[in-house]
Write a protein that binds this ligand. Structure first.
Ligand SMILES: Cc1cc2nc3c(=O)[nH]c(=O)nc-3n(C[C@H](O)[C@H](O)[C@H](O)COP(=O)(O)O)c2cc1C
Length: 173
């Protein structure tokens, strides 16, 4: 898909078909995530690929909605804060890096007609338990991965005027 079209096409899918995701497409979205930039190229993240079939009840403990477990796959994006880069003032960039990784994955999925939805409002304790995460691995975001069974709603966004300021740009300074 042409990139500008892809950006406009992606949306949060909240109803999925149970159809399988071809392995080559799963690999392609994971490869897009692998190629994401990270601070100092530390790559302090891990992705957990979860097959939903037969585990629906357990997985719903992490995010209790029906559509979360409708597709065949859920992916958990996790960060390793102790291995991540921190700014001089101590600010750790683990959330930033993991979000970029997840965004690469999500856009690559949309490019293949696959639906995703960022999930931040999950139960981290349940995620730790169900995914058996060691203490140093922090679950940051999840997404279902599968074919959409809904249609994109109209995109509602603030105007550029509300979101952007051009400091000194075009003022002759
Ligand atoms: C960091 C982050 C966390 C989110 N968490 C959730 C969530 O827990 N549940 C949900 O249904 N949508 C979640 N969303 C999806 C947003 O609601 C959605 O992206 C936004 O409304 C814009 O809609 P669109 O993705 O269809 O363009 C999250 C999005 C982001 C970026």
């Amino acid at each position: 898909m042409e990139f500008d079209t892809l950006i406009k096409t992606r949306y949060s899918v909240r109803a999925y078909k149970a159809d399988p995701v071809p392995y080559k497409d799963l690999l392609a979205v994971l490869e897009a995530a692998r190629l994401a930039p990270t601070a100092c190229n530390l790559q302090a993240f891990r992705l957990v690929v979860i097959h939903t079939q037969g585990r629906e009840e357990e997985l719903r403990r992490i995010y209790p909605t029906e559509w979360f477990v409708q597709p065949p796959i859920v992916i958990a994006a996790c960060g390793l804060p102790d291995e991540n880069w921190s700014r001089r003032d101590g600010r750790n960039y683990v959330d930033v890096d993991t979000a970029i990784v997840m965004d690469h994955l999500i856009l690559a999925a949309a490019n293949r007609g696959l639906g995703t939805c960022w999930i931040g409002a999950f139960d981290p304790g349940a995620a730790r338990e169900v995914l058996d995460l060691p203490p140093e691995v922090e679950p940051i975001a999840l997404t279902p991965l599968g074919y959409p069974a809904d249609s994109p709603p109209e995109k509602k966004r603030k105007s550029l005027d509300e979101l952007i300021s051009y400091e000194r740009y075009g003022t002759g300074d």
